[in-house]
Design a binder for this molecule. Sequence first.
Ligand code: CMP
Length: 430
Amino acid sequence: MAHTRMFRFDLPVPQQHEPTRLLRMWPPLVMVVATAEAVAVPLRIVLGAQTMPAFAPLDDAAMVVFFIDCVINFRRAAAEEKRSRTEKLLLAADVVAFLPLQLVFGWSFLAFFRCLKLVRVARWMSLWRRLHLNRWNALRLVYFVYWLSLFVHWLAAGWLALRGIPAGEDGWTRYLHSLYWCVSTLTTIGAGDVTPTTNAEILYSMAAMIVGVGMYGYVIANVATIITHLQPARTRHLENLEKLGAFMHERGIPAGLQHRIREYYSYIWEQRLGYDESSIIDGLPQGLRTDVALFLKRDIVQKVPLFAAASDDLVREIALQMQPVIFTPGDIVVRAGDPGQEMYFIGKGELEVFGPDGTTPVAFLRDGDFFGENALLFDKPRNATIRAVKYCDVYMLDKSAFAAVVTRHPEFARQIEAMTAERRGRKKGT
Ligand code: CMP
């Protein structure tokens, strides 16, 4: 009978400090506005407000957004007991970024201070990277492209300011020419068709060339590494396979066995990206570990009819103690006559049960079934042999964990006994 069980992982868990959706969307919004300003401001300074009328509302919007952000950041800082030097500098940058200095003093270049908002953006970027460690390299690449694009844009605007726009020429075309100069200089290609003429232009070009060489070196040194590590799980898996191949070859492992080992690795790659679930969960603090363990084991908890009648407490305890194990086709999981050290719950797969002689098939066990309980309950040797027919994702409960659970929840042992008796009855009946 299909049944569902509600646990904490089924419910939206209210987190005390979890920001609302609006608050989560706020930094990206500020980032978009700050980036748009960082692009528009140098263009407006260089090309003049007449060429860029469409950007005027952006300025007003940016002022409002930066002001709200300033208030939010100050309120957050006020709630903190101790403010770091970095935080103080960030707050100062927030204030300067929203002040309409160019309107107060009348110098258009003061609008460039708006770009100070990017200091806060850089701070968020590093926080996002720490929060999304699994995408560390992808984010590194994205951030690099982001800052590089802005830098190229500013450099091109600077070049345009130095060269000026001859009367009657279109500002946008001149900007495009500047970009061309900028890219060819920074990539150290330097086609030579745009040459500096004034002293200021020569100095500017030299500075751009020096920066270009440094950046070129950075790109060569980093981007290739970033790209190869974009899929860390895959890289790790391939490295493991390579090591394994060398090991099996070195030790002369028979071809059939090698094939089974490779198949096993490809199975765990497909199922879990090659991760060892237990070792990852074990690294978490107790509270988180319970919630994650329950979440990961929700399938098995919902599949095993034995857990349907069990209390939430009991299921929680068992879920924490159960260890995931994989059996490959043909593996003997339990051998008749052996002492029993653990019992198993089948998450996915199929196993065949053979009688005490180890050869007479008596039953098949599938998803949601359990086995190995007899030896633990009655302290007897195994009464059957069990062999995996397919790949099996099984959860194992060892003897000591089983004993602890049974001591605290004697009803668990009674339920198992009842189900075992029912199984025996079914067998006699068939
Ligand atoms: P245990 O004796 O510990 O180890 C062998 C297991 O096989 C046993 O526990 C039961 O869980 C299981 N088993 C034995 N006979 C049957 C059967 N007829 N049908 C299903 N499972 C069985």
